[in-house]
Design a protein around this ligand. Structure first.
Ligand SMILES: Nc1nc2c(ncn2[C@@H]2O[C@H](COP(=O)(O)OP(=O)(O)O)[C@@H](O)[C@H]2O)c(=O)[nH]1
Ligand SMILES: Nc1ncnc2c1ncn2[C@@H]1O[C@H](COP(=O)(O)OP(=O)(O)O)[C@@H](O)[C@H]1O
Length: 221
């Protein structure tokens, strides 16, 4: 990821800034897909990194929108060609973030949203540390996490059991993230998520156009 591609002018900003990579992780059922959907509706300038996965499609999912559903052979080929920025095995399936779409979005000066697990979050951070903002979503309680997985009614009982048992290892990774949100009330959590995005976009180091902008102000004094 060259710094040149990251400094493109971002729409609606007075001052040029670098794009950022917003990484959301959580144990299954805590609400990251819901929060991602809300962010995409209300922050259209944010580009979602659509992952490839070998997991079967859920009935609510659309190929190319939520994931690109591919075979294990296709996944292995992409991975071995170096087409994935990061990849991991999660709950017995493979997932990865295609590099091409990310490079294209960054070249267009977009911020990018990743819904990936902690293994992927760590890989993205190693590759682009200063551009990553990572957020971990926790459920308000374990019974509520279980309720949400059951209410979603998209997975079989054994898949739900597998996801709940993985939650222990995932929840334990909370210290690796910049921010932690407890997703109790959805509207409140979403408000906090947006607040993080707004503040992170305004970090001094991300506003690469500031020296010129401030010089312009000084020249006019
Ligand atoms: N490392 C990595 N993890 C991913 C990727 N895409 C999805 N995941 C994670 O894989 C896990 C399972 O996702 P999914 O099958 O959609 O189930 P859900 O979390 O219950 O909605 C979640 O923790 C996702 O964040 C990816 O491209 N890379
Ligand atoms: N704050 C919340 N309060 C109540 N239900 C929620 C909340 N956030 C998400 N849900 C519901 O919980 C279920 C799991 O959420 P989802 O976004 O699919 O989780 P994840 O992507 O983390 O697995 C969905 O049915 C969703 O509508």
């Amino acid at each position: 990821m060259s710094s040149e591609t990251m400094t493109a002018q971002l729409a609606n900003d007075t001052v040029n800034r670098r794009g950022l990579l917003l990484v959301l992780s959580s144990p299954s059922g805590a609400g990251k897909t819901t929060l991602t959907r809300l962010l995409r509706e209300q922050e259209p300038s944010l580009t979602l990194s659509v992952s490839v996965t070998t997991r079967p499609k859920r009935s609510s999912e659309v190929h190319g929108v939520h994931y690109r559903f591919i075979s294990i052979d296709e996944f292995t080929e992409m991975r071995d060609r170096g087409d994935l920025l990061e990849w991991a095995e999660v709950h017995g399936n493979f997932y990865g973030s295609p590099r091409r779409e990310i490079d294209k979005a960054l070249a267009g000066g977009q911020d990018i949203l990743f819904d990936i697990d902690y293994q992927g979050a760590m890989q993205v951070r190693e590759k682009a540390a200063s551009d990553v903002v990572s957020i971990f979503i926790l459920p308000p309680s374990i019974p509520e996490l279980k309720n949400r997985l059951e209410r979603r009614a998209e997975d079989s009982a054994d898949v739900i059991a597998r996801r709940l048992s993985a939650a222990k290892i995932e929840i334990d990774r909370w210290r690796d993230y910049d921010y932690v949100l407890v997703n109790d009330d959805l509207e409140r959590t979403f408000g906090r998520l947006r607040a993080i995005l707004v503040a992170e976009r305004l970090r001094r180091d991300r506003q690469t156009g500031l020296p010129d902008f401030v010089q312009g102000l000084l020249n006019d004094l």
